[in-house]
Design a protein around this ligand. Structure first.
Ligand code: NAD
Length: 444
């Protein structure tokens, strides 16, 4: 089938490239001409394992092209995806301006009837609104709007797209449902469940899924704090509850709170929509609160732990101290720093007078755009050299594999705060480190 993909970011590029891989002909459109130029040269603007090969192969087979010319792409294709950003607006809502602008552009460019698939994460009711915009600006042409939310995880996006747990499709017409069945027919041999439903249900499935996962994260972080307070062990606790099939083992690892470009904005947008509909989602509201409380509390714990380890009694213990932050991306295997723990912790410690140096194997460019003043190191060793403490924020394999005994003498003071529970508590203590992790019995 012939597809135009409006928006070539994390979702649009992965979706476009993978749809091309399974046999469709895809034109990826982006208004950012530097992105399109880079892609045409074969440079992938984001860090996403495996994506470069999929793009390269699809381009070589002439199944995938890149353009800034939206009108031409719309005219040449029958199915048009909208995969533009829906960031958080200042009032917590989902900012739908890019979706609406794209819908208007599609309508104006259309030369015949089209199927318009909303891939962006949008609140329930948005697809109907997109339909109205298309109708208003599309002249005599008709449009079938489809909701097809995306569940890929950054860092594992290609695998997630090619081997999905399910495909969710919301439609209001049989014609659109049939077109979507045909589009995803290559997944039939894999027995991927297809959830075919209404537009609003499909839109809400995406928010519910993210809110549920965020709830698991917030829950296990609270349990980890309680483990610290009671001497219990979060790892045994996670295993003990996760082995219950009704609970499941995934998403039960404590950390610095959920971040990234989806959970924070989607949970908040859901609470706002629910309040406006006069049926507040109290659990999700608490999750949003719990997550922001957690990261702020961790900020205080880092300061207190470092001060105690250094034997520093001043009420401004971080002044003049050098602190290395290991991992700046919101999770491993991505360069995405949107709402990452580093973007909260680094300014927080820096405000208390610490000199911060950050290291990340992939997020250098992204963090520079967000926090231009942050000093960055080119390697773990460079970051750690002369540091009074190291704070582990991202679970990159390279960071998990740090050979701490060899780092001991590089540091000014051997203090490690590990917010991903990557290292063995006993070994860290035996190797002479003051070591803090989450919810695991502390060994001094
Ligand atoms: P992104 O910011 O990486 O990419 C959006 C792209 O759309 C940008 O390159 C921008 O230039 C382009 N764009 C905006 N308006 C345009 C227009 N009118 N014409 C052409 N290009 C236009 O965003 P993303 O992370 O890919 O997210 C896209 C959507 O998918 C969001 O709604 C997000 O919530 C959702 N989503 C994201 C993820 C994720 O992991 N990133 C996962 C699932 C769902």
């Amino acid at each position: 089938m012939k597809i135009a993909m409006i928006g070539t970011g994390y979702v649009g590029l992965v979706t476009g490239a993978c749809l091309a891989k399974i046999g469709h002909r895809v034109t990826c459109v982006d208004q950012d001409s530097s992105k399109v130029r880079a892609l045409r040269r074969g440079n992938i603007p984001i860090y996403e394992p495996g994506l470069e090969t999929v793009v390269e192969q699809a381009v070589a087979k002439k199944k995938l092209t890149f353009t800034t010319d939206l009108a031409k792409a719309v005219k040449a294709n029958d199915i048009v995806f909208i995969a533009v950003g829906t960031p958080q607006a200042s009032d917590g809502r989902s900012d739908l301006r890019d979706v609406e602008a794209a819908a208007k552009q599609i309508a104006k460019a259309a030369n015949k009837s089209k199927i318009v698939v909303v891939k962006s994460t949008v609140p329930a009711g948005t697809c109907k609104r997109v339909g109205r915009i298309l109708g208003k600006h599309g002249g005599e042409h008709t449009f079938d709007v489809v909701s097809n939310p995306e569940f890929l995880r950054e860092g594992d996006a290609v695998n997630d797209f090619l081997d999905p747990d399910r495909i969710v499709i919301g439609t209001a017409t049989e014609r659109a449902a049939n077109a979507m069945r045909k589009l995803y027919a290559p997944f039939e041999p894999q027995d991927v469940p297809l959830v075919l439903t209404s537009l609003e249900t499909s839109e809400l499935i995406k928010y519910s899924a993210n809110a549920f996962l965020a709830t698991k994260v917030a829950f296990i972080n609270e349990m980890a704090n309680l483990c610290d307070a009671t001497g219990a062990d979060i790892e045994a606790l996670s295993r003990g509850i996760g082995l219950d099939n009704r609970i499941g083992r995934a998403f039960l690892k404590p950390g610095p709170g959920y971040g990234g470009s989806c959970f924070p904005k989607d949970t908040l947008a859901l609470t706002v929509q629910a309040q406006e509909a006069d049926c507040p989602v109290r659990i999700v509201e608490s999750v949003v609160d719990s997550n922001s409380f957690h990261i702020r509390r961790l900020g205080r714990r880092i300061t207190d732990f470092c001060a105690a380890s250094w034997g520093e009694t001043s009420n401004v213990p971080l002044v003049g101290k050098r602190i290395a932050i290991l991992g700046l991306a919101f999770k491993a295997n991505t360069d995405d720093v949107r709402s990452a723990a580093s973007t909260v912790i680094a300014p927080l410690l820096s405000k208390q007078g610490a000199e911060i140096v950050g290291y990340d194997p992939a997020a250098d460019k992204a963090i520079t755009e967000l926090i231009p003043t942050l000093e960055r190191a080119k390697s773990i060793e460079e970051a750690i050299k002369g540091a009074d403490a190291a704070i582990v924020l991202t679970e990159w394999a390279e960071i998990g594999a740090i050979d701490w005994p060899t780092m001991h003498d590089l540091m000014r003071q051997p203090v490690v705060v590990d917010l991903r529970n990557l290292y063995n508590t006993v070994k860290m203590a035996q190797n002479g480190f003051y070591y803090l992790s989450l919810g695991r019995p502390h060994i001094a």
